[in-house]
Design a protein. Structure first.
Length: 180
């Protein structure tokens, strides 16, 4: 699914984020930037040890929830990895929606700062952090579309979804946000 947003576009694809040929790949990181499972583990496995070495050197204190930091992409087919720390779902009444939007915007701001024309996101917080996929999709799609409409960049934002269920949730979110 592709949606045009002025000179930019939003793409939804089902696949492996580590295989995306983009300027930046967003990692669903933990606050310690200590590596982990899911998307985080896949990115570190595919990107190699240099990514963890750089995060340890540049960000020894980690990264707070709702923010993101950049490193080189190691062996990934990208220039950068943006390590975004989304919230752990606690029922939706502890600021999770704003923290997720902040993490998304932080990555898009890093893309602009580093002159990235393309960026690939996973379904931040919707895996091990337990954020309900439909709510995460709606939040991430709206935040991204608002940012891209305002800034007119990056040129391409991809949401790379691991399975059909996540793809469906994001497709529904796009249909709800895009004016007809």
């Amino acid at each position: 699914m592709i949606v045009k947003l002025g000179p930019c576009r939003l793409e939804l694809i089902q696949g492996d984020i580590t295989q995306q040929h983009v300027d930046a790949i967003v990692n669903a990181a933990n606050a310690a930037l200590a590596g982990g499972g899911g998307v985080d583990g896949a990115i570190h496995d595919a990107g190699g040890a240099s990514i963890m070495k750089e995060t340890d050197e540049k960000y020894p204190e980690g990264c707070p929830t709702g923010s993101a930091v950049a490193t080189a992409a190691g062996d990934l087919p990208a220039n950068f990895v943006f390590h975004a720390v989304g919230p752990i779902w606690k029922g939706g009444r502890q600021g999770e929606a704003e923290q997720l939007a902040m993490a998304c915007r932080a990555c898009l701001q890093l893309a602009v700062k580093h002159n990235c024309t393309s960026v690939a996101f996973p379904a931040l917080s919707a895996g091990a952090y337990g954020y309900p996929i439909d709510l995460a999709a709606a939040n991430l799609v709206k935040t991204t579309m608002d940012f891209v409409r305002w800034h007119q960049k990056p040129s391409v934002v991809k949401f790379v979804l691991f399975d059909q269920g996540a793809f469906g949730a994001f497709a529904r979110a796009v249909e709800e946000v895009v004016p007809r």
